[in-house]
Design a protein around this ligand. Structure first.
Ligand code: ADP
Ligand code: MG
Length: 387
Protein backbone atom coordinates (compact mmCIF):
# COMPACT_ATOMS: atom_id res chain seq x y z
CA UNK A 1 0.00 0.00 0.00
CA UNK A 2 1.26 3.44 -0.91
CA UNK A 3 1.39 6.24 1.63
CA UNK A 4 -1.34 8.79 1.03
CA UNK A 5 -1.94 12.40 1.96
CA UNK A 6 -3.94 11.09 4.95
CA UNK A 7 -0.77 9.59 6.45
CA UNK A 8 0.75 13.01 7.17
CA UNK A 9 0.13 15.79 9.64
CA UNK A 10 -0.20 18.72 7.26
CA UNK A 11 -0.66 21.42 9.87
CA UNK A 12 1.44 24.48 8.95
CA UNK A 13 3.46 22.36 6.48
CA UNK A 14 4.40 23.43 2.97
CA UNK A 15 2.73 20.70 0.95
CA UNK A 16 3.67 20.44 -2.72
CA UNK A 17 0.86 18.79 -4.67
CA UNK A 18 1.61 17.71 -8.24
CA UNK A 19 -1.76 18.02 -9.93
CA UNK A 20 -2.83 17.44 -13.53
CA UNK A 21 -4.05 20.80 -14.83
CA UNK A 22 -3.29 19.84 -18.43
CA UNK A 23 -6.68 21.10 -19.64
CA UNK A 24 -7.72 21.76 -23.25
CA UNK A 25 -7.54 25.47 -24.10
CA UNK A 26 -8.86 26.99 -27.33
CA UNK A 27 -8.31 30.65 -28.20
CA UNK A 28 -7.45 31.44 -24.62
CA UNK A 29 -10.53 29.71 -23.16
CA UNK A 30 -10.56 26.50 -21.08
CA UNK A 31 -12.96 24.22 -22.96
CA UNK A 32 -13.14 21.45 -20.33
CA UNK A 33 -12.21 22.01 -16.67
CA UNK A 34 -12.83 18.45 -15.56
CA UNK A 35 -9.19 17.88 -14.62
CA UNK A 36 -9.20 20.95 -12.37
CA UNK A 37 -12.42 19.75 -10.73
CA UNK A 38 -10.97 16.27 -10.20
CA UNK A 39 -8.06 17.75 -8.22
CA UNK A 40 -10.27 19.68 -5.80
CA UNK A 41 -10.75 16.86 -3.30
CA UNK A 42 -7.03 16.64 -2.57
CA UNK A 43 -6.50 20.42 -2.59
CA UNK A 44 -9.46 20.98 -0.25
CA UNK A 45 -8.23 18.25 2.09
CA UNK A 46 -4.87 20.02 2.34
CA UNK A 47 -6.57 23.39 2.96
CA UNK A 48 -8.88 21.90 5.59
CA UNK A 49 -5.84 20.45 7.35
CA UNK A 50 -4.07 23.81 7.56
CA UNK A 51 -1.41 23.20 4.94
CA UNK A 52 0.35 25.83 2.88
CA UNK A 53 -0.65 24.41 -0.49
CA UNK A 54 1.90 24.68 -3.32
CA UNK A 55 0.53 23.38 -6.63
CA UNK A 56 2.61 22.29 -9.61
CA UNK A 57 1.42 21.08 -13.01
CA UNK A 58 2.45 20.91 -16.62
CA UNK A 59 0.32 22.25 -19.47
CA UNK A 60 0.90 21.13 -23.07
CA UNK A 61 4.33 20.67 -24.56
CA UNK A 62 6.99 23.38 -24.46
CA UNK A 63 9.49 23.18 -27.31
CA UNK A 64 10.01 26.85 -28.25
CA UNK A 65 9.76 30.21 -26.49
CA UNK A 66 6.52 30.86 -28.40
CA UNK A 67 4.94 27.78 -26.76
CA UNK A 68 5.17 29.58 -23.41
CA UNK A 69 2.61 32.16 -24.46
CA UNK A 70 -0.14 29.62 -25.16
CA UNK A 71 0.64 27.37 -22.22
CA UNK A 72 0.72 29.60 -19.17
CA UNK A 73 -1.15 28.29 -16.15
CA UNK A 74 -2.38 31.81 -15.31
CA UNK A 75 -5.83 31.17 -16.77
CA UNK A 76 -5.99 27.88 -14.87
CA UNK A 77 -5.23 29.73 -11.63
CA UNK A 78 -8.23 31.98 -12.31
CA UNK A 79 -10.55 29.02 -12.92
CA UNK A 80 -9.18 27.23 -9.86
CA UNK A 81 -9.80 30.31 -7.75
CA UNK A 82 -13.45 30.34 -8.86
CA UNK A 83 -13.87 26.62 -8.17
CA UNK A 84 -12.28 26.87 -4.73
CA UNK A 85 -14.00 30.15 -4.02
CA UNK A 86 -10.71 31.38 -2.66
CA UNK A 87 -7.69 33.43 -3.74
CA UNK A 88 -5.02 31.50 -5.62
CA UNK A 89 -1.58 33.10 -5.65
CA UNK A 90 -0.16 32.65 -9.15
CA UNK A 91 3.61 32.88 -9.61
CA UNK A 92 4.69 33.50 -13.11
CA UNK A 93 7.94 31.53 -12.74
CA UNK A 94 9.20 28.01 -12.07
CA UNK A 95 12.16 29.02 -9.90
CA UNK A 96 13.93 31.99 -8.36
CA UNK A 97 13.44 34.61 -5.67
CA UNK A 98 9.92 35.70 -6.63
CA UNK A 99 8.66 32.15 -6.16
CA UNK A 100 10.70 31.52 -3.02
CA UNK A 101 9.63 34.82 -1.39
CA UNK A 102 5.97 34.15 -2.14
CA UNK A 103 6.22 30.68 -0.59
CA UNK A 104 7.98 32.06 2.49
CA UNK A 105 5.17 34.55 2.99
CA UNK A 106 2.42 31.90 2.80
CA UNK A 107 0.03 31.32 5.70
CA UNK A 108 -1.70 28.04 6.46
CA UNK A 109 -4.64 27.47 4.05
CA UNK A 110 -3.06 29.68 1.36
CA UNK A 111 -2.96 28.19 -2.14
CA UNK A 112 -0.17 28.99 -4.57
CA UNK A 113 0.16 27.80 -8.16
CA UNK A 114 3.55 27.91 -9.82
CA UNK A 115 3.93 28.41 -13.58
CA UNK A 116 3.94 25.41 -15.97
CA UNK A 117 6.65 22.90 -14.91
CA UNK A 118 7.46 22.26 -18.57
CA UNK A 119 8.76 25.80 -19.03
CA UNK A 120 11.89 24.12 -17.65
CA UNK A 121 11.98 21.97 -20.79
CA UNK A 122 13.39 24.92 -22.72
CA UNK A 123 16.56 24.37 -20.68
CA UNK A 124 17.66 20.92 -21.91
CA UNK A 125 14.28 19.31 -21.15
CA UNK A 126 15.05 19.44 -17.45
CA UNK A 127 11.47 18.66 -16.38
CA UNK A 128 10.75 15.87 -18.87
CA UNK A 129 14.16 14.26 -18.47
CA UNK A 130 13.96 14.38 -14.67
CA UNK A 131 17.02 16.55 -14.16
CA UNK A 132 18.32 15.68 -10.67
CA UNK A 133 19.13 19.24 -9.62
CA UNK A 134 15.72 20.54 -10.69
CA UNK A 135 13.90 17.84 -8.67
CA UNK A 136 16.07 18.66 -5.66
CA UNK A 137 15.41 22.40 -6.05
CA UNK A 138 11.64 21.99 -6.29
CA UNK A 139 11.72 19.65 -3.30
CA UNK A 140 13.55 22.38 -1.33
CA UNK A 141 10.44 24.57 -1.64
CA UNK A 142 8.26 22.23 0.45
CA UNK A 143 8.08 19.86 3.42
CA UNK A 144 5.86 17.09 1.98
CA UNK A 145 5.21 15.98 -1.60
CA UNK A 146 1.91 14.57 -2.79
CA UNK A 147 1.52 13.14 -6.31
CA UNK A 148 -2.03 13.39 -7.59
CA UNK A 149 -1.31 13.78 -11.32
CA UNK A 150 -2.37 10.34 -12.53
CA UNK A 151 -2.19 11.29 -16.22
CA UNK A 152 1.59 11.85 -16.06
CA UNK A 153 2.45 9.09 -13.62
CA UNK A 154 3.66 6.81 -16.41
CA UNK A 155 6.47 9.31 -17.04
CA UNK A 156 9.52 9.90 -14.90
CA UNK A 157 9.72 13.68 -14.64
CA UNK A 158 11.39 16.12 -12.24
CA UNK A 159 7.98 17.22 -10.93
CA UNK A 160 7.00 13.70 -9.86
CA UNK A 161 9.88 11.23 -9.50
CA UNK A 162 12.43 14.03 -8.99
CA UNK A 163 10.67 15.75 -6.09
CA UNK A 164 9.43 12.50 -4.54
CA UNK A 165 13.04 11.25 -4.33
CA UNK A 166 13.87 14.19 -2.08
CA UNK A 167 10.88 14.59 0.27
CA UNK A 168 8.51 12.60 2.49
CA UNK A 169 5.78 11.68 0.01
CA UNK A 170 2.39 10.17 -0.69
CA UNK A 171 -0.39 9.94 -3.26
CA UNK A 172 -3.51 12.08 -3.43
CA UNK A 173 -7.14 10.96 -3.61
CA UNK A 174 -7.27 10.83 -7.41
CA UNK A 175 -4.37 8.41 -7.76
CA UNK A 176 -5.61 6.41 -4.79
CA UNK A 177 -8.94 5.97 -6.60
CA UNK A 178 -7.20 4.90 -9.81
CA UNK A 179 -5.14 2.29 -7.95
CA UNK A 180 -8.11 0.92 -6.03
CA UNK A 181 -10.37 0.80 -9.06
CA UNK A 182 -7.93 -0.26 -11.76
CA UNK A 183 -4.85 -1.97 -10.36
CA UNK A 184 -6.55 -3.76 -7.47
CA UNK A 185 -9.48 -4.88 -9.62
CA UNK A 186 -7.26 -6.27 -12.38
CA UNK A 187 -4.93 -7.98 -9.90
CA UNK A 188 -7.77 -9.55 -7.88
CA UNK A 189 -10.92 -9.63 -10.02
CA UNK A 190 -14.16 -11.20 -8.90
CA UNK A 191 -15.03 -13.83 -11.49
CA UNK A 192 -16.25 -14.24 -14.12
CA UNK A 193 -13.87 -11.49 -15.24
CA UNK A 194 -14.52 -10.41 -18.81
CA UNK A 195 -12.57 -7.92 -20.87
CA UNK A 196 -13.77 -5.87 -23.83
CA UNK A 197 -11.15 -4.52 -26.20
CA UNK A 198 -11.71 -2.27 -29.18
CA UNK A 199 -10.26 0.89 -30.60
CA UNK A 200 -8.19 1.44 -33.65
CA UNK A 201 -4.92 -0.44 -33.84
CA UNK A 202 -3.68 -3.77 -32.51
CA UNK A 203 -0.20 -2.25 -32.24
CA UNK A 204 -1.37 0.19 -29.52
CA UNK A 205 -2.82 -2.62 -27.46
CA UNK A 206 -0.36 -5.51 -27.63
CA UNK A 207 0.76 -4.99 -24.01
CA UNK A 208 -2.87 -4.77 -22.86
CA UNK A 209 -3.86 -7.96 -24.70
CA UNK A 210 -0.82 -9.88 -23.42
CA UNK A 211 -1.49 -8.90 -19.82
CA UNK A 212 -5.28 -9.25 -19.72
CA UNK A 213 -5.46 -12.52 -21.66
CA UNK A 214 -3.68 -14.13 -18.72
CA UNK A 215 -6.21 -12.82 -16.23
CA UNK A 216 -9.58 -12.67 -17.96
CA UNK A 217 -12.11 -15.45 -18.51
CA UNK A 218 -13.05 -14.01 -21.90
CA UNK A 219 -11.74 -11.25 -24.13
CA UNK A 220 -14.33 -9.78 -26.48
CA UNK A 221 -12.72 -7.96 -29.37
CA UNK A 222 -14.39 -5.28 -31.46
CA UNK A 223 -13.40 -1.97 -33.06
CA UNK A 224 -10.83 -1.59 -35.79
CA UNK A 225 -8.49 -4.09 -34.21
CA UNK A 226 -10.97 -6.95 -34.59
CA UNK A 227 -10.19 -7.04 -38.32
CA UNK A 228 -6.56 -8.02 -37.85
CA UNK A 229 -7.78 -10.89 -35.64
CA UNK A 230 -10.40 -11.85 -38.26
CA UNK A 231 -7.77 -11.74 -41.01
CA UNK A 232 -5.58 -13.97 -38.82
CA UNK A 233 -8.48 -16.47 -38.75
CA UNK A 234 -8.49 -16.44 -42.57
CA UNK A 235 -11.74 -14.49 -42.90
CA UNK A 236 -12.27 -11.76 -45.49
CA UNK A 237 -12.24 -8.23 -44.07
CA UNK A 238 -12.81 -6.15 -47.22
CA UNK A 239 -11.03 -2.81 -46.89
CA UNK A 240 -11.36 -2.61 -43.11
CA UNK A 241 -8.53 -1.43 -40.89
CA UNK A 242 -5.69 -3.97 -41.01
CA UNK A 243 -2.53 -3.97 -38.94
CA UNK A 244 -0.41 -6.05 -41.33
CA UNK A 245 2.58 -6.28 -38.98
CA UNK A 246 0.52 -7.87 -36.22
CA UNK A 247 -1.35 -10.63 -38.08
CA UNK A 248 1.14 -13.16 -36.73
CA UNK A 249 0.71 -11.87 -33.18
CA UNK A 250 -3.08 -12.21 -33.49
CA UNK A 251 -2.70 -15.70 -34.93
CA UNK A 252 -0.55 -16.76 -32.00
CA UNK A 253 -3.09 -15.37 -29.51
CA UNK A 254 -5.95 -17.19 -31.27
CA UNK A 255 -3.97 -20.46 -31.34
CA UNK A 256 -3.10 -20.18 -27.66
CA UNK A 257 -6.49 -18.98 -26.39
CA UNK A 258 -9.08 -20.25 -28.89
CA UNK A 259 -11.96 -20.31 -26.40
CA UNK A 260 -11.06 -17.17 -24.56
CA UNK A 261 -10.89 -14.71 -27.45
CA UNK A 262 -14.28 -13.87 -28.95
CA UNK A 263 -14.47 -12.05 -32.29
CA UNK A 264 -17.43 -10.31 -33.96
CA UNK A 265 -19.50 -12.46 -36.35
CA UNK A 266 -21.08 -9.56 -38.22
CA UNK A 267 -20.30 -5.92 -38.97
CA UNK A 268 -21.92 -2.69 -40.04
CA UNK A 269 -20.03 -1.33 -43.01
CA UNK A 270 -19.43 2.07 -44.58
CA UNK A 271 -22.21 1.28 -47.08
CA UNK A 272 -24.58 1.23 -44.10
CA UNK A 273 -25.44 -2.43 -44.30
CA UNK A 274 -24.90 -5.12 -41.72
CA UNK A 275 -23.50 -8.43 -42.95
CA UNK A 276 -21.76 -11.54 -41.72
CA UNK A 277 -18.02 -11.22 -41.81
CA UNK A 278 -17.77 -13.82 -44.57
CA UNK A 279 -20.07 -11.70 -46.80
CA UNK A 280 -18.10 -8.46 -46.63
CA UNK A 281 -17.25 -7.07 -50.08
CA UNK A 282 -13.71 -6.33 -51.09
CA UNK A 283 -14.23 -2.55 -51.04
CA UNK A 284 -16.35 -2.42 -47.87
CA UNK A 285 -15.03 -1.10 -44.55
CA UNK A 286 -16.30 -2.51 -41.26
CA UNK A 287 -16.97 0.39 -38.88
CA UNK A 288 -19.08 -1.12 -36.11
CA UNK A 289 -19.99 -4.55 -34.77
CA UNK A 290 -23.33 -5.91 -36.04
CA UNK A 291 -26.47 -6.87 -34.14
CA UNK A 292 -25.63 -10.60 -33.93
CA UNK A 293 -22.24 -9.80 -32.45
CA UNK A 294 -23.93 -7.51 -29.91
CA UNK A 295 -26.16 -10.45 -28.89
CA UNK A 296 -23.18 -12.79 -28.59
CA UNK A 297 -21.22 -10.25 -26.55
CA UNK A 298 -24.19 -9.68 -24.21
CA UNK A 299 -24.67 -13.40 -23.63
CA UNK A 300 -21.03 -13.78 -22.60
CA UNK A 301 -21.12 -10.67 -20.43
CA UNK A 302 -24.32 -11.72 -18.68
CA UNK A 303 -22.80 -13.43 -15.62
CA UNK A 304 -19.78 -11.13 -15.27
CA UNK A 305 -18.76 -10.01 -11.82
CA UNK A 306 -15.99 -7.82 -13.23
CA UNK A 307 -15.70 -6.16 -16.63
CA UNK A 308 -12.75 -4.11 -17.86
CA UNK A 309 -13.19 -2.25 -21.15
CA UNK A 310 -10.69 -0.41 -23.29
CA UNK A 311 -11.38 0.83 -26.81
CA UNK A 312 -14.71 1.72 -28.47
CA UNK A 313 -16.34 -1.09 -30.46
CA UNK A 314 -16.90 1.09 -33.53
CA UNK A 315 -16.17 4.46 -35.02
CA UNK A 316 -18.34 6.04 -32.31
CA UNK A 317 -17.55 9.62 -33.37
CA UNK A 318 -19.94 9.00 -36.28
CA UNK A 319 -23.56 8.46 -35.21
CA UNK A 320 -23.98 5.67 -37.75
CA UNK A 321 -21.34 3.55 -36.07
CA UNK A 322 -21.93 4.08 -32.36
CA UNK A 323 -24.59 1.42 -31.87
CA UNK A 324 -22.29 -1.42 -30.75
CA UNK A 325 -20.58 0.75 -28.13
CA UNK A 326 -23.92 2.22 -27.02
CA UNK A 327 -25.74 -1.13 -26.74
CA UNK A 328 -22.93 -2.76 -24.77
CA UNK A 329 -22.62 0.25 -22.44
CA UNK A 330 -26.33 0.16 -21.88
CA UNK A 331 -26.22 -3.55 -21.12
CA UNK A 332 -23.26 -3.23 -18.75
CA UNK A 333 -24.97 -0.46 -16.82
CA UNK A 334 -27.76 -2.93 -15.99
CA UNK A 335 -25.40 -5.59 -14.58
CA UNK A 336 -24.63 -6.10 -10.93
CA UNK A 337 -20.87 -6.11 -11.48
CA UNK A 338 -17.74 -3.99 -11.11
CA UNK A 339 -17.40 -2.18 -14.43
CA UNK A 340 -14.16 -0.35 -15.21
CA UNK A 341 -13.49 1.67 -18.35
CA UNK A 342 -10.02 2.91 -19.27
CA UNK A 343 -8.50 4.88 -22.14
CA UNK A 344 -8.84 8.40 -23.53
CA UNK A 345 -11.29 7.66 -26.36
CA UNK A 346 -13.16 5.05 -24.34
CA UNK A 347 -13.79 7.70 -21.67
CA UNK A 348 -14.91 10.21 -24.34
CA UNK A 349 -17.25 7.65 -25.88
CA UNK A 350 -18.87 7.01 -22.48
CA UNK A 351 -19.28 10.75 -22.00
CA UNK A 352 -20.65 11.32 -25.49
CA UNK A 353 -23.16 8.48 -25.17
CA UNK A 354 -24.33 9.58 -21.71
CA UNK A 355 -22.72 6.91 -19.51
CA UNK A 356 -20.22 9.04 -17.57
CA UNK A 357 -21.73 8.21 -14.20
CA UNK A 358 -23.09 4.73 -14.91
CA UNK A 359 -20.02 2.62 -14.12
CA UNK A 360 -17.86 1.80 -11.11
CA UNK A 361 -14.93 3.77 -12.48
CA UNK A 362 -13.80 5.50 -15.67
CA UNK A 363 -10.08 5.99 -15.82
CA UNK A 364 -9.28 9.10 -17.81
CA UNK A 365 -5.51 8.86 -17.74
CA UNK A 366 -4.94 7.96 -21.41
CA UNK A 367 -1.38 6.60 -21.54
CA UNK A 368 -1.26 6.06 -17.76
CA UNK A 369 -4.52 4.05 -17.83
CA UNK A 370 -3.19 1.88 -20.66
CA UNK A 371 0.00 1.16 -18.74
CA UNK A 372 -2.04 0.05 -15.71
CA UNK A 373 -4.00 -2.25 -18.05
CA UNK A 374 -0.65 -3.56 -19.31
CA UNK A 375 0.20 -4.44 -15.72
CA UNK A 376 3.14 -2.04 -15.64
CA UNK A 377 4.40 -0.15 -12.62
CA UNK A 378 4.06 3.59 -13.21
CA UNK A 379 7.28 5.42 -12.19
CA UNK A 380 5.45 8.41 -10.65
CA UNK A 381 3.59 6.00 -8.35
CA UNK A 382 6.34 3.43 -7.83
CA UNK A 383 8.61 6.14 -6.32
CA UNK A 384 6.04 6.86 -3.57
CA UNK A 385 6.86 5.25 -0.21
CA UNK A 386 4.94 2.20 0.94
CA UNK A 387 3.17 2.18 4.29
P1 ADP B 1 -8.53 4.52 -26.27
O1 ADP B 1 -8.09 5.95 -26.48
O2 ADP B 1 -9.73 4.44 -25.40
O3 ADP B 1 -7.41 3.63 -25.83
P2 ADP B 1 -8.21 3.93 -29.09
O4 ADP B 1 -7.43 5.19 -29.25
O5 ADP B 1 -7.48 2.66 -29.20
O6 ADP B 1 -9.03 3.96 -27.70
O7 ADP B 1 -9.35 3.83 -30.17
C1 ADP B 1 -10.29 4.81 -30.44
C2 ADP B 1 -10.52 4.99 -31.91
O8 ADP B 1 -10.83 3.76 -32.54
C3 ADP B 1 -11.71 5.88 -32.16
O9 ADP B 1 -11.25 7.07 -32.76
C4 ADP B 1 -12.60 5.07 -33.09
O10 ADP B 1 -13.15 5.84 -34.13
C5 ADP B 1 -11.65 4.05 -33.64
N1 ADP B 1 -12.36 2.86 -34.15
C6 ADP B 1 -13.20 2.04 -33.51
N2 ADP B 1 -13.67 1.09 -34.31
C7 ADP B 1 -13.14 1.32 -35.54
C8 ADP B 1 -13.26 0.68 -36.81
N3 ADP B 1 -14.04 -0.40 -36.97
N4 ADP B 1 -12.55 1.17 -37.82
C9 ADP B 1 -11.75 2.26 -37.64
N5 ADP B 1 -11.61 2.91 -36.48
C10 ADP B 1 -12.29 2.45 -35.43
MG1 MG C 1 -7.03 6.87 -28.06
Amino acid sequence: MKKTIRDYDLNNKKVIIRVDFNVPIENGVITDDNRIKESLETINYAIDNNAKVILMSHLGRIKTIEDKENNSLKIVSERLSKLLNKEVIFINDTKGSMLEDAINKMNPKDVLLMENTRFEDLDNEKESKNDKELGKYWASLGDIYINDAFGTSHRSHASNVGIASNLPNGIGFLIEKELNNMKEVIDNPKRPFNVILGGAKVSDKIGVIKNLVLKADHILIGGGMAFTFLKASNLPIGSSLLDEDNIEFCKSMLDKYPDKIILPVDVKTNTNRTCFISDINIDEIGLDIGSTSIKVFKSILADSKTVVWNGPLGKFEDENYQNGTLEIMNYLSSLDATIILGGGDTASSAKKLGFSDKFTHISTGGGASLELLEGKELPGIEIIDNK
